[in-house]
Design a protein around this ligand. Structure first.
Ligand code: PMP
Length: 404
């Protein structure tokens, strides 16, 4: 039973007003709101259990360590990894990709080797590779897409050469909502002996993800997009792969023994976790994953699917509406433009009505270039949004449209 009133009551911020209007929060692709359970777990740890983790002999340190490592187990279970050794805590998707780009390119690639990405990647799955490209002479190849926002899988297959060393693709596009067929794409890459990194920033909050079923070699996501706190995220990697990669940053936690002559590194996953980890953040993240798990990821997916279908239908009733991204498999993101109204003007005027949407290029400028536009308005839904909020969005757009 999906009790939307009960769910909304868990998120105190949804009860506030902006400019005297009830908040309609439709910017979940950027970040999600936090349920009481997450905030309380964080407060509780600061009030009662705060101490630096690992190596501490005292009571609080051991308790904080147990909480932190239990959170790692919660993440493992949530994505069905084989072992907690495969769960590396990071600051978020961006840091996870940078970690992998740096360590993978350093140890597994030479000048002239190639990484395949796609047209619809977020800048955080483009620029880290470009930094490596500049430093190490690595080449980026890009999977094209059709006008509906689906990747061209035949073209993808043709991009593989003996120099292809990695594929790095979004599971769900943050602009088009396209759910890419990553399982199939991973199988294709594996047939060429190439591992795959999946950017799960926009999939983890919205659908069940099983990294073993996908056979993903690496899978990354951010806590704050799945109702958890900011500043914490995950890099999942198959143990064999993580073992082959060198450390990313140096410092405490990641070492076994240090002398001025030679340092040996800690075992997985600590080899990649230099410095004091965000152990409070990991507690919050685990609480958030418990929260969505209790609702059921399948249930959330079905609810959001119905909401997005309804929103698409209602938005299409608006004269001059252009929706970008009409793939067969689509997540709960709708990007659009209306007539000649600039996306920034539309977003600003909707804001005055209490409706929070995102405007601009959504950190996907190459995709904007492919679409031949500068930006869009984006409504992105979360597990607490309602049809009434969709109606408010549609009425708001209509009002703005009549002003122009
Ligand atoms: N990839 C995708 C597909 C995203 O939507 C985002 C966030 N908008 C990111 C990566 C980056 O996530 P973060 O800023 O949390 O590191």
């Amino acid at each position: 039973m999906y009790d939307i009133h009960q769910i909304r009551a868990d998120f105190p911020i949804l009860g506030r007003t902006v400019y005297g209007k009830p908040l309609v929060y439709l910017d979940n692709g950027a970040t999600t709101q936090k349920p009481r359970q997450v905030v309380e777990a964080i407060t509780n740890e600061y009030y009662n259990t705060n101490a630096n983790v690992h190596r501490g002999v005292h009571f609080l340190s051991q308790q904080a360590t147990e909480l932190h490592e239990a959170s790692r187990e919660t993440v493992r279970r949530f994505i069905n990894a084989r072992s907690t050794n495969e769960i590396v805590f990071t600051r978020g998707t961006t840091e996870s990709i940078n970690l992998l780009a740096a360590t993978f390119c350093q140890s597994q690639m030479q000048a002239g080797d190639e990484v395949i990405i796609s047209t619809m990647e977020h800048h955080s799955n483009i620029v880290p590779w470009q930094l490596q490209a500049t430093q190490r002479g690595i080449v980026l190849r890009v999977i094209p897409m059709d006008d509906r926002g689906e990747l061209l899988l035949d073209e993808y297959e043709r991009l593989f050469t003996p120099k292809t060393k990695l594929v790095s693709i979004a599971h769900v596009s943050n602009v088009l909502g396209t759910v890419n067929p990553v399982k199939e794409m991973i199988a294709t890459a594996h047939a060429h002996g190439v591992p795959v990194l999946v950017d799960g920033a926009q999939s983890i909050p919205h659908m069940p993800v099983d990294v073993q079923a996908l056979d993903a070699d690496f899978y990354v996501f951010s806590g704050h997009k799945v109702y958890g706190p900011t500043g914490v995220g995950v890099l999942y990697g198959k143990e064999d792969w993580l073992d082959k990669l060198p450390p990313y940053q140096g410092g405490g936690e990641m070492i076994q023994h240090v002398s001025f002559e030679k340092t040996t590194f800690n075992e997985l996953p600590f080899k990649f976790e230099a410095g004091t980890p965000d152990y409070i953040g990991t507690t919050g993240l685990a609480k958030a994953l418990d929260y969505v798990s209790a609702l059921g990821m399948d249930t959330i997916a079905a609810y959001e699917h119905e909401l997005t279908r309804y929103a698409t239908r209602r938005l299409k009733e608006i004269p001059g509406m252009r929706i970008f991204g009409e793939s067969e498999q689509k997540g709960s993101v709708i990007s659009f433009l209306v007539g000649n109204i600039h996306h920034f003007d539309l977003g600003t005027l909707l804001d005055r009505l209490g409706i929070a949407v995102r405007t601009g290029h959504h950190c996907a400028q190459p995709l904007m270039t492919r679409l031949g536009i500068e930006g869009t308005v984006r409504a992105s839904f979360g597990l607490y949004n309602t049809k009434e909020e969709v109606d408010a969005l549609v009425a708001g757009i209509d009002r703005v449209r009549k002003m122009f």
